[in-house]
Design a protein around this ligand. Sequence first.
Ligand code: SF4
Length: 310
Amino acid sequence: MVSLRVIAMVEQASTVVQTVVDELIEQDTPRPRRPALSPSRAGDFKQCPLLYRFRAVDRLPEKPSKAQVRGTVVHAVLEELFGLPQGERMPDAAHQLVAPTWARLVEQRPELAELFPEGADDQLASWLASAGELVDGYFTLEDPNRLQPEACELLVESELESGLLLRGYIDRLDVAPTGEIRVVDYKTGVAPKEIGEARALFQMKFYALVLWRLRGVVPRQLRLMYLSDRQSLAYAPDEAELRRFERTLEAIWEAILKAGKTGDFRPNPSRLCDWCDHKSRCPAFGGTPPDYPGWPEPDPGDETLADRAD
Ligand code: SF4
């Protein structure tokens, strides 16, 4: 059985990778200016309100790890793979995309080059090879030549009746000729157990709710593809469940707004603290947070690049 420690580490890595992808996409995408809730930030608040504050309000920088950036590269490679004609989406073609994708990432985010200082060519080569292995893992789960996604790395937004704006990025959206929707999310870590599964399902229900509100159709399937373990999980949401989930998100947002007014974001120590970039400034570990800067305008809910590459 995969240990909780490993799961937590993978989740944390996933969050950072997703953040990296988000940031890159935000550079090319006109940025919506209304406050919104994303699945990553909602998950942060659920895990630890103070972590939410550090990320969404203080916007303190976090240093992406090699594993996180590798997830970003793999997500980008899979997106590009679907840009090739059907019949040409082969493992070799995907492998050839890995190094150029990394090079492009460094061009856009030069600080990422620091992950592999001069003279670390062997490390870089083995890291790129490990990204290739994750791509191979993808090919064991499905044949990309047999489907044509409607979209990859899709930004979706939907406003609930309560006025809460939900915003997120979907790794891949498949729509059948019958109109049935499948949401696909690539995970570059191990298969989910306990906490990992709960967090992944929370994220997928978030996307399902947004799509349902946007298109009037409950997605037929939410599919999580774990590329490292070469396993996938499928889940079929229903309307009643999504309505309950909507109320959960509204309650989370209310709690965020309440904390935002007072600055009372409390730490919630857990085993996940071992992977928190902000432990040194966390009062639960003897640290002192910076002065509360006030509720941010206008985007307290954005995801970061690392959030989106898990
Ligand atoms: S160290 Fe733990 S309790 Fe402190 S901010 Fe990070 S996640 Fe929250």
